[in-house]
Design a protein around this ligand. Structure first.
Ligand SMILES: [Zn+2]
Ligand SMILES: [Zn+2]
Length: 124
């Protein structure tokens, strides 16, 4: 089980499955929204993700016709991206994950904007 929360603690979630993919996104929207050089996302199956608390504290910003950005209305923590092209997956903002997510398989670091693999490592 992977757990995560926003900074103020109102929004809490859990993931009952593996992380399918990790990516760094360097697009200008992620840079502005996260106030950082890139944002890191964990793709997880939608049916493995659930909110434990704070669902009524969430706000949604449609950053494009494809992506809804979900964040805590109180503290502003970015929680996830709901990408309409991926009906099965949600992209969880890795900065909100607690502890070691115990990745069980190899993970690629991919810049989705450029389509370039920034770094690869395999954990076996
Ligand atoms: Zn919060
Ligand atoms: Zn991006």
């Amino acid at each position: 089980m992977i757990n995560g929360r926003c900074e103020c603690g109102r929004v809490r979630y859990e993931i009952g499955g593996d992380i399918e993919d990790l990516s760094h996104c360097h697009c200008s929207q992620c840079r502005r929204l996260h106030g950082a050089a890139f944002a890191t996302f964990a793709a997880v199956y939608r049916d493995k993700f659930r909110y434990v608390s704070g669902e009524s504290d969430l706000k949604v910003y449609a950053s494009s016709e494809f992506n809804d950005r979900v964040f805590c209305a109180e503290c502003g923590s970015n929680i996830l991206v709901d990408a309409r092209q991926d009906p099965d997956l949600l992209y969880i903002c890795m900065g909100t994950v607690d502890g070691d997510p115990c990745l069980s398989r190899g993970i690629s670091f991919v810049c989705r904007l450029e389509g370039v693999v920034v770094r690869n490592y395999r954990r076996t």
